[in-house]
Design a protein around this ligand. Structure first.
Ligand SMILES: [Zn+2]
Length: 170
């Protein structure tokens, strides 16, 4: 059973109830990273829970997916597994950011309600590589033809010397 993450919650209330949220974000629901990933990406799954650490509302759990990115080298799709250990201290008060409990990342939101899809997607933004690449590309790269060209050029360069050698002999 999948639930949408397009929900606004009251973080303080959720924390007092220790509310768990399990849901999925589909490609067409993404606001921040849609242009960076392929539409064949798996949904982003969030399995998180609100609770309290001291006076802070914290969100813990996991965010996971298999995103499909375009390889910068061969332009073919490459799967980028995402598995994020979520440990967020959530606050709408900028002054409290420096007081965030140890081991938690601060997450600042505006107003009284928290849009879950926004929090989840923001976490994925942080782990996306700026350039995606296969470890080993499935197709031959233009790079290998470049090295052939290089060898060819090197061979051509030795020729004048060989010619010179020949001239010396005669
Ligand atoms: Zn590649």
């Amino acid at each position: 059973m999948s639930k949408t993450l397009q929900i606004e919650v009251d973080p303080v209330l959720c924390a007092s109830q220790e509310r768990s949220i399990f849901g999925e974000l589909n490609y067409n629901e993404l606001q921040q990273i849609q242009q960076d990933i392929e539409s064949s990406s798996a949904p982003i799954v969030a399995d998180v829970m609100f609770s309290k650490v001291g006076k802070f509302v914290v969100l813990t759990g996991r965010i996971y997916s298999d995103l499909v990115l375009q390889c910068a080298a061969c332009l073919e799709p490459t799967v980028f597994p995402v598995d994020i250990d979520v440990k967020l201290a959530i606050t709408n008060n900028e002054d409290r950011l420096s007081l965030v409990p140890e081991g938690y990342e601060p997450y600042l939101f505006e107003g009284d309600r928290l849009l879950m899809s926004e929090v989840i997607e923001s976490e994925v933004v942080l782990v996306l590589p700026s350039i995606a690449r296969h470890d080993v590309c499935p197709i031959e790269l233009p790079k290998s033809s470049t090295s052939k060209d290089f060898k060819l050029e090197a061979a051509v360069k030795t020729n004048p010397f060989e010619a010179l050698e020949k001239l010396k002999k005669y």
